[in-house]
Design a protein around this ligand. Sequence first.
Ligand code: PLP
Length: 441
Amino acid sequence: MKNPLHNEIDLSAYWMPFTGNRAFKNEPRLMKSAQGLYYTTIDDRQIMDGMSGLWCCNAGHCHPHIVEAIRQAAGELDYSPAFQMGHPGIFRLAERLAAMMPKGMEAVFFTNSGSESVDTALKIALGYHHARGEGQRTRLVGRQRGYHGSGFGGTSVGGIGNNRTAAGPLLPGVLHLPETYNAEHQAFSKGQPSWGAHLANDLERIIASNHASTIAAVIVEPFAGSGGVLVPPVGYLERLREITEAHGVLLIFDEVITAFGRLGWGSAAERLGVVPDIICTAKGLTSGTVPMGAVVVQEKIREAFMKGPPTAIEFFHGYTYSGHPLAAAAAHAALDVYENEGLFQHVLGLESAWEEGLHALADKPHVIDVRNFGLAGAVELRPQNDAPTERAMAVFRETFDRGLLVRTTGDIVALAPPLVITETEIGQMLGILGDVLDDID
Ligand code: PLP
């Protein structure tokens, strides 16, 4: 029901992203503040954040250290041009980020979002081959059910049908690997499924039918988040790495949701011991407080661009707000919090409680799969006859009414709480979800 408080706000002008605008405006959900694990709605209800906002507020909300850093930065250096100019904070941040990523990944290009990080990474891959005299390597390989943001590049390599349908022909020469999910072989796996490494071999088929010399890069999420928390089978990413390396194809990990602690490490690459050529980040980099993304690149790739006259621009790409001082301050503060509060180790310590708690939902009505990895998870529901997505949306609405924010994709309910959550709070969160699953039709 529409709360009377909403009548004071005209909701009509704002065209909301990835939202059923008409349904939302009929039944709005508006937040006014947030602290730690909780949002407060405009009618003063406390909502536990089961999604770190949108996979981003890893340090919890309004952390005082991050708030203070942003406050200070805003009054000190509001903006510094990003082209032919810089400020000390952004150079220090690049150094700090490179130190957090796998060895050899030493160059950092700043963006303002995950979508921009993906488009930047794809252009770096194409530029790298061009700079080395292999400009015919123009094909990009994504994966079914992958999500890489809303830019034309990310939409092209992405593999979620609804995101692509009305977007025209997209980038030419994009191919897709099959998805890694298979309910028959993987349902109710704990952590990484043991079945499915062989699905990476499809890349060999793609390479054989298009010739390696035409393929620039493969981009995958280490685990697909927006596609419904699809966890990589044991050995799958390793196999992709082997094949790409053997054929001179770059491997890009889109770590927009997996970097900065979701898997208890700075990156999924480090956790899994699979080192790609390029890593895309955003979201948790500033704990969602100020938009910022970063693309971290193997030194050999940057090196390939560094030629021509010494005054030449080596990569014709960038954004007005690349390396924005406010975002840089927020990122430094978020990284401080992750370090000082030991949040990545905290996640590793929570993993088994998280896994157990989630899988205890397996016997609830309508549940056809439960998946987990790091501090992320999903409960997949049997779709209602003739009304796919409706059952999960009913769960979304009902959990919100009972004080919990989750996210849905199709009939999948996803969870990814802030890394500061405790074991007791995990119990409360999953308790609310369990009760709702008992009660909905
Ligand atoms: N890549 C991945 C893996 C994501 O999950 C997302 C967003 O959820 C993006 C890219 C796009 O990020 P943004 O919404 O910041 O553009």
